[in-house]
Design a protein around this ligand. Structure first.
Ligand code: FNR
Length: 338
C-alpha cells in the first residue's frame, strides 16, 4: 500500500478510536423557543429539498471522508448504496490522490456506480491543479466539487504542507471547473474574514466544518512522534462559525460535531442551507453495520420532520425566525466574536 493509501486507512482507524458519541459541543448551549400549540403535523414532505438541481429527501448529507485505499473502497460502495436508498447527498473523501495514483479511481467510483442518479460531491485539496480537479469531477460524474482548507491538519502532519498561499489556485479552479464549488474546512471552522476573501473571488457556498466533532489535530497527533496535541483546542465552534457566516450574505452548510437530528435542526435554524455529517454516520456503520446506518438515516429523516412539527414549522423556509437563546459561555463567545 502506498504512503498516501496508508494514511487514509490510519485516518479511518483513528477517527474510530477517538469517536465519542456523547461529546459535548456548542450545540448544547443553544436552545430554541418551542410553541406548546404548534398547529402543525409531522410529514416527511416538509424536509424535502433540492441540491445542485436534484431533489433530495432531506437537507442533511454524508460529508467527505474517504477514498484511495482498500478499506475506503468498501466504505464508499456502502455509503453510495445507502445515500441512494435514503436519497441524500454523499460527499467523497479527498480525491487528490488520483493525480499521483490514478489506479485508486475505483475506490471513489464505486459510490457513483452504487448511486448513479444521486447527488455525489467530490473533494480535492486547495493545491490541486485546475485541470486535475475538472478531470476528477468528470470521471466521477460529480454534481459539485468540495475544496478543503485544512491548515491545522497540514501543520499537525510532519509530511504536510507549510505554504498556505492558496487563493490564486482556488480562483483558477473556479474558472476551470464546470460544477458548483463548495469551500470547506475539516473541523476547525471557517471564519468570516476568510469567507469574505473567498466571496470576493466568486465563491458562494461554504461548508463551515467547525469544532466540536472530529478533531484532526488529535488524529494527526496520534500518527506522529512529535506532540501537537495543543492544536486540538484552536478550532472555531460550529455554532459561532455558523453565526459568523449568517452575517456574510452567502449560502452555507453547517457541519462539525453533528450528533443527532436536533443538532441538524439547530443548524438549519441558524441559517444553514444544508447540514453535513461525517464521523457520526461512519461510526454508526463501523460499529453496527450498513443496515444499521441505513435505518439510522431513515430514522433521522423522520425525526427531523417530527422536530419541524414540534416547533410549528410546515417547511424549511422559516426556521431562522424561531427564537434562539444561549447558555452564558456561548453568549460570551457571541459577544466577543460577532
Ligand atoms: C474527514 N474529513 C475530510 N474532509 C475533507 O474535506 N476531505 C477529506 O478527505 C476528509 N477525510 C476525512 C476522513 C475521516 C475518517 C473523517 C472522520 C473526516 C472531515 C469531514 O468532512 C468533516 O469536515 C469533519 O469530520 C467534521 O465533521 P464531523 O465528523 O464532526 O461530522
Amino acid at each position: 500500500m502506498s504512503i498516501r493509501s496508508n494514511r487514509k486507512e490510519e485516518h479511518l482507524a483513528l477517527a474510530q478510536k477517538f469517536f465519542d458519541a456523547k461529546q459535548k459541543n456548542s450545540f448544547d448551549q443553544m436552545h430554541l423557543l418551542r410553541p406548546a400549540l404548534p398547529e402543525s403535523k409531522a410529514a416527511l414532505a416538509t424536509i424535502k429539498t433540492s441540491m445542485f438541481g436534484k431533489s433530495v429527501n432531506a437537507p442533511f448529507f454524508i460529508n467527505a471522508m474517504t477514498g484511495g485505499s482498500p478499506k475506503s473502497l468498501a466504505i464508499n460502495r456502502t455509503l453510495g448504496q445507502i445515500a441512494g436508498k435514503t436519497k441524500i447527498a454523499l460527499a467523497l473523501g479527498s480525491a487528490s490522490i488520483l493525480v499521483k495514483e490514478p489506479d485508486q479511481l475505483a475506490s471513489f467510483y464505486v459510490a457513483r456506480e452504487a448511486n448513479p442518479d444521486g447527488v455525489i460531491i467530490v473533494n480535492v485539496n486547495a493545491l490541486t491543479k485546475p485541470h486535475d480537479a475538472q478531470k476528477i469531477v468528470t470521471e466521477l460524474a460529480a454534481d459539485a466539487l468540495q475544496i478543503h482548507l485544512n491548515t491545522v491538519q497540514e501543520i499537525a502532519m510532519p509530511e504536510g504542507d507549510r505554504d498556505f498561499y492558496w487563493l490564486d489556485n482556488l480562483k483558477q479552479i473556479r474558472q476551470t471547473v464546470t460544477v458548483p464549488i463548495i469551500i470547506k474546512e475539516v473541523g476547525f471552522g471557517l471564519d468570516a474574514a476568510s469567507i469574505r476573501l473567498l466571496k470576493e473571488s466568486g465563491f458562494n457556498l461554504f461548508d463551515l466544518a467547525g469544532s466540536g466533532g472530529t478533531n484532526f489535530a488529535q488524529i494527526e497527533n496520534a500518527r506522529n512522534n512529535h506532540d501537537v496535541s495543543y492544536l486540538a483546542d484552536i478550532g472555531l465552534p460550529t455554532v459561532i462559525a455558523t453565526m459568523m457566516a449568517a452575517r456574510e450574505e452567502t449560502d452555507f452548510i453547517v457541519s462539525g460535531g453533528i450528533r443527532n437530528p436536533l443538532d441538524i435542526f439547530k443548524g438549519l435554524c441558524l441559517g444553514g442551507k444544508y447540514v453535513g455529517i461525517a464521523n457520526t454516520f461512519l461510526q454508526a456503520m463501523q460499529e453496527h453495520g450498513s443496515q444499521y446506518l441505513l435505518e439510522l438515516i431513515e430514522g433521522w429523516q423522520e425525526e427531523l420532520a417530527n422536530l419541524l412539527a414540534i416547533y410549528g414549522q410546515h417547511d424549511l423556509e422559516h426556521l431562522t425566525e424561531l427564537k434562539q437563546y444561549y447558555d452564558l459561555p456561548l453568549k460570551s463567545l457571541i459577544e466577543q466574536l460577532l
